[in-house]
Design a protein around this ligand. Sequence first.
Ligand code: AVJ
Length: 323
Amino acid sequence: SREAPEITRHLTAADLEASLAHDVAEGLSRTPKTLPPKYFYDARGSELFEQITTLEEYYPTRTEESILAAQATEITKLADADTLVELGSGSSTKTRLLLDGMRSTGRLARYVPVDVSESALLGAIESLRADYPGMAMHGVIADFERHLGLLPQEGTRLVAFLGGTIGNLAPAQRARFLGAVRSGLGPADRLLLGTGLVTDLTRLVRAYDDASGVTAEFNRNVLRVVNDSLHADFEPEAFDHIAVWNAEEEWIEMRLRSRKAQTVRVADLDLTVEFAEGEEMRTEISAKFRREVVERELTEAGFTLEAWWTDPQDDFALSLAAP
Ligand code: AVJ
């Protein structure tokens, strides 16, 4: 027998549209122009991201997975949780490594995926149901920048924020995010955080500018998202994909560079935007970290860094933090 999964909704499609409209209006009115990275992930964007994770050049996903595979038992033993809360529905491989570790401690009770996308949540829940029969699942539709105070409180929780997605937030946003996670946790709960590390710069840039152009398509897709949701007339092919290392900030920037002077109309915002030939618009930052920086940011948010794991090349790190 299959019950309908328990789903809590803190966010509707209309809320998402409204925040996109607000963020796009703000970003396109700035100099230089920006678009926020959190709207990359419509159906096509999510598919392109999945494709990115299989590229030879894009090492973070498989590296984080290898750390998880090697350390899941240790991580779950230290955390000693019965509930896995995953911010971003994640790849089922990473989720399963953690759930299997928890199951081996004999305490696995509950999986709580948190995502803005209901279809991503239902997909995650459906793919796990058969393999974790005794485990309760409670999906939460929420924006992890806004609704952390509303997460389900049941159980002793391991809150996982993987993939290096924290690097897509600017430092002030990260501080706000970590502070909000911290204040939602009880003393026995733990945070598991995945961060890309500052590493060989050539390899780092190539991870965001692959030879087959998948990342370029992913980047341009954000223009399609804006076109679809705000009735804009961006011509994606009139922009080149750029990935640069910002040495001062220690982050990768993805940009779209206008191939020509052009005018873009965003009907729903009643906004007309001019691009000069060669003008660059930032679409994503992906910060890379050093251990000291992760530790400092966690400490400033009120966490204690309990454990730190990396791969042999120091490309990626997992941190376990106690509130
Ligand atoms: C979603 C954080 C895993 O920043 O590396 C991949 C998104 N952007 N290629 C990252 C992304 C360009 C990615 N994460």
